[in-house]
Ligand binder design. Structure first.
Ligand SMILES: [Zn+2]
Length: 250
């Protein structure tokens, strides 16, 4: 057993050495460019900032060609004839899809939530916001509706800014539980209301099309901040407003 293990490790090391060889380049003096090797060595490990949902990250490296190559490799590994007419542009299309869904890593809430001064101190509810996100465990789509409420404390935001914030923060692989928290925290940090509440009802493809195969199952996540954590009446008023919003016709 011990031999098998070390053999596997040896093979892995060989693979790493091979990779190093592939990208090592020579500079003008004919010497090996160590920075290129160092970069690849770095790519062999996953850095935490690449997998964690960092909302305020300033930039996302636009390695679109590399992403398309990865998708192509996935198709080849699945036995797909990538030269077939239906697959020829698929790697680029899928790469674009994942780029779109990773845009949320660059979101800066303060650029979305333009505020206005206001004396309003009553509950504001923006409900029925359709959303889609990616499950980080399976990279499958989930989505549904998000309902948002807040009680202003000197500042309000335009009604369209709430769906914009939801869509921006949902555009990345993030679990639904943390999506609602990130929306609430972003709103609290920029608008500074007395409190806010976020409810998401989502259906997950990873539950519907694989594993337990239960397409009817939905998951509800609720997060509360400030006054909503202490005052049950505000939560009840929020829930009634959601129901009324669903009946609204025009
Ligand atoms: Zn999943």
């Amino acid at each position: 057993m011990g031999n098998g293990k070390s053999l596997g490790a040896g093979r892995n090391l060989q693979g790493i050495k091979q990779k190093r060889k592939e990208v090592s380049v020579r500079n003008g003096n004919g010497n090996q460019d160590l920075s290129a090797v160092a970069t690849l060595e770095g790519r062999l490990e996953v850095f935490p900032e690449e997998i964690l949902p960092v909302v305020h990250r300033e930039t996302a490296a636009p390695h679109s060609d590399r992403l398309a190559e990865i998708v192509k490799l996935l198709l080849v590994e699945l036995g797909v004839d990538v030269a077939n007419q239906h697959f020829r542009e698929t790697p680029e299309r899928v790469a674009r899809f994942y780029r779109e869904f990773a845009g949320g890593f660059c979101v800066r809430p303060e650029t979305i939530l333009k505020t206005f001064r206001s004396e309003a101190r009553e509950l504001v509810v923006v409900s029925g916001i359709d959303f889609f996100s990616l499950c980080p465990h399976h990279l499958l789509v989930y989505g549904g509706r998000i309902h948002f409420g807040y009680i202003p404390n000197g500042q309000i935001v335009g009604v369209s800014k709430i769906p914009r914030l939801v869509h921006a923060l949902a555009a990345r692989p993030i679990i639904q539980e943390e999506l609602v928290s990130s929306i609430a925290d972003a709103f609290m940090s920029v608008v500074k209301p007395s409190g806010c509440i976020v409810k998401a009802i989502g259906k997950h493809d990873c539950v519907a099309v694989r594993g337990v195969h239960c397409p009817a199952v939905s998951m509800t996540t609720v997060t509360k901040r400030g006054i909503f954590e202490q005052e049950r009446l505000h939560v009840e008023e929020f829930d009634r407003a959601i129901t009324e919003g669903q009946r609204c016709v025009r």
